[in-house]
Design a protein around this ligand. Sequence first.
Ligand code: PAF
Length: 292
Amino acid sequence: MQVVKTAHALSQALATQDAIAFVPTMGNLHAGHIQLVELAKTKNACVVVSIFVNPLQFGANEDLSNYPRTLDADLEKLKAAGADIVFTPSEQEMYPDFDASTHNTHQSITINLPSVANELCGAARPGHFSGMATVVLKLFNLVFFNGAKTRVAIFGKKDFQQLFIIRDMVKQLNLPIEIIAGDTRREADGLAMSSRNGYLTSAQKLEAPRLYRALGLLVDAVKQGRTDFPALETQTTQFLTQLGWVVDYISIRSAETLLPATNADLKLVVLGAARQGTTRLIDNIEFTLKPN
Ligand code: PAF
């Protein structure tokens, strides 16, 4: 496994590769990330993983400085998983005008996203998805355009809205890249694996799987025929709030458009974001209804 820090070294390492399967990450890797690398390994391609905590997608009051950075352990896990190349750029490498004292990227050209990026997670995190899409496009440029003809990028379904936005960006910008979605990896109690789970106290960790269970109850209710979606969302929000959660949103949406679900939609997703203390957890469940 080769570890490269600069765009130049990356382009040299990839110059002879015809097929690339790329897994972008922010590091602090857990079994969910490794599952994405294993999916990349099935593509018969050079497996590239990036580790970059992207300042552009963090808001002023978010956890950029405290975001867990565990490079040595990450590299060991990637080596064991069979990654071929790991790209670990500095902020200056990704953002040539980066100001280390203020963390300002000075990236003045960014991706302008449709309004769905201001809903759900985007409502509580203004600018987050534009910052995410901008760095993903920059990474795609660095990783894929060194001559490879097969270009696959893999993203986890846990960040459903992120995956939706990336797919839309690839489609609308005519990027010649195939996007593949990897399933959410869960703990035995159902909690979706996330780098942010490490912030939870042991009591919060016991409570955390309830978000997934509450979304599951919502799915059951819709499958049993309930179509009063706003009322169901409010009920779940109240249920979690009574148990001490601070709920950002609980939402039933079309899995195809990410618009609020209507009675005509068959492919649905329930999404939720809620806080345990200061730790914000997200989760979702996709499901399909049988036509009447
Ligand atoms: O999902 C993540 O870890 C990040 O949003 C990504 C896609 C690596 C972009 O920084």
